[in-house]
Design a protein around this ligand. Structure first.
Ligand code: ADP
Ligand code: MG
Length: 446
């Protein structure tokens, strides 16, 4: 087991040179994405031209449609970066995830109606609504965006090519609700705007949840592939960084990544995301354990280990955390109940080290993206070398994987490469804030 682990260790630990190379390529690809539509990084325009000053105020409805949950909120902004939110969340029924897309938009409108009837929600219509929609859209303005396709197991093909805002607007009107959908944003953009509302130094956001993506503040003059309103100075770019490396071979992928990609619903696509995010880390872990079982290094007690996606990142995270806390019995019971493995006491340290290696590589690659964006902004003078660079982070992987946030902070400082005492890149937890950003997006346009 020890020798096997040494091999995995070498596969999963990118060298300093590799990280430097990747950071350089990321920066170059980002700069290509800003001027061309066919780049590896889509660098999507968001049509957000006015960043929140923190002084915005007002009451707004917010809707966040993810892959699993529909979240509805009533947000009140008070200025000085202060806000309150009353929110509710419902699981999107499986039956709506395939079939007609109109069903999903009706479901949203129906739940907004229910939300507004709740005794705790004291408000009157008309209201403005900010829509967080974390699926690929080709935005045409802040309040218009054509659905390019679905992801995260949703497949409602009849509405592809249609405007997500118009679809929701029609569903709301058919229920007689006087609600105007005034902003359509991605969750990375929502997280960024929310944190800018609280702290103007914020320049970037990263999501580390089911998927992974990032957004940042860019100078309009650098974005030449779209028509810009000529009097605007800065905007927000949705990098869509999950596709970094697609169609090329510079990512430090292993045989396990190749296997995962082959068995996935979208082979060859989102290769960077597949090495980083919560949807996939548990599966990489499973594929390595399966190989160890096949080589006779670990004993399997059940079928979980041979079932694709049989191990969730959350379970891998719980196992790793239990090991760190010295809870040996807990580790063994997770291995037995969740992984279908019998692990000898002496081998626990190796399996825990596997978790560490997989999560560390995710941190390294995420740090590459953050460092590359920072460097791009430094070199194009959007920020100065002395300025602090605040990055807002959200998602269960970042929030809850043991030591993830601390390690990522250390790595970005290390890769920033300055021999100074003060690290200029500061990572800030922005837990569940994307609806605040959707409200701030509307309020800031005035
Ligand atoms: P979403 O991306 O849908 O907005 P989340 O931010 O909640 O949702 O992220 C969900 C992902 O995070 C899932 O892939 C899940 O396996 C993973 N996850 C959930 N809990 C944990 C945990 N304690 N540690 C690490 N990953 C977790
Ligand atoms: Mg989310």
């Amino acid at each position: 087991m020890e020798a096997y682990l040494r091999e995995i260790e070498s596969l999963f630990t990118p060298s300093k040179e590799k990280l430097k190379e990747l950071t350089g390529i990321f920066q170059k690809e980002l700069e290509i994405g800003l001027v061309r539509r066919d780049g590896m990084l889509k660098a999507l325009p968001t049509f957000v031209y006015n960043l929140p000053s923190g002084m915005e105020s007002g009451k707004f409805l917010t809707v966040d449609l993810g892959g699993t949950n529909l979240r509805i909120g009533l947000v009140e902004l008070f200025g000085s970066g202060r806000f309150t939110i009353k929110k509710d969340s419902v699981v999107i029924p499986e039956t709506l995830k395939s079939g007609s897309g109109y069903g999903i938009f009706n479901f949203i409108a129906e739940n907004i109606e229910k939300f507004l009837e709740h005794p705790e929600i004291e408000t009157e219509l008309p209201l403005k609504l900010g829509f967080t929609f974390s699926f690929p859209v080709q935005q045409e303005s802040l309040a218009h965006g054509r659905i390019l396709g679905w992801s995260k197991e949703i497949e409602c093909n009849d509405v592809i090519g249609m405007d997500a805002v118009a679809l929701l607007q029609v569903a709301l009107h058919s229920r007689g609700l006087e609600i105007a959908v005034e902003a359509l944003i991605n969750d990375t953009v929502g997280t960024l705007l929310a944190q800018v509302y609280r702290d103007k130094k914020t320049k970037m956001s990263v999501i580390l949840g089911t998927g992974s993506n990032a957004a940042y503040v860019e100078q309009c003059s650098h974005l030449t592939k779209e028509e810009n309103e000529s009097n605007k100075v800065v905007t927000v770019i949705n990098i869509e960084w999950g596709s970094f490396g697609d169609g090329a071979n510079f990512l430090p992928t292993t045989r396990f990544d190749a296997l995962l990609d082959e068995e996935s619903k979208n082979p060859g696509i989102q290769r960077f995301e597949k090495m980083i995010s919560g949807m996939y880390l548990g599966e990489i872990f499973r594929l390595i354990l399966l190989e160890a079982v096949e080589n006779g290094l670990i004993r399997s007690t059940g079928w979980t280990i041979s079932k694709p996606y049989g191990i969730k990142t959350k379970q891998m995270s719980n196992f790793h955390e239990s090991y760190i806390l010295g809870a040996v019995e807990e580790c063994k019971s997770i291995a037995n109940d969740k992984f279908g493995l019998f692990i000898l006491d002496d081998d626990l340290k190796y399996v825990s080290r596997l978790c560490e290696l997989i999560s560390l590589r995710s941190c390294y690659l995420c740090a590459v993206g953050i460092t590359a964006v920072h460097r791009h902004l430094l070199e194009t003078s959007l920020i100065s070398a002395k300025e602090m660079f605040s990055v807002a982070l959200d998602g269960a992987l970042y929030q809850r994987y043991p030591n993830y946030s601390k390690i990522l902070q250390d790595l970005v400082c290390m890769m920033d490469g300055k021999e100074e005492e003060v690290c200029r890149i500061i990572l800030v937890m922005a837990e569940d804030l994307s609806s605040i950003g959707a409200a701030a997006a509307i309020a800031a346009q005035k």
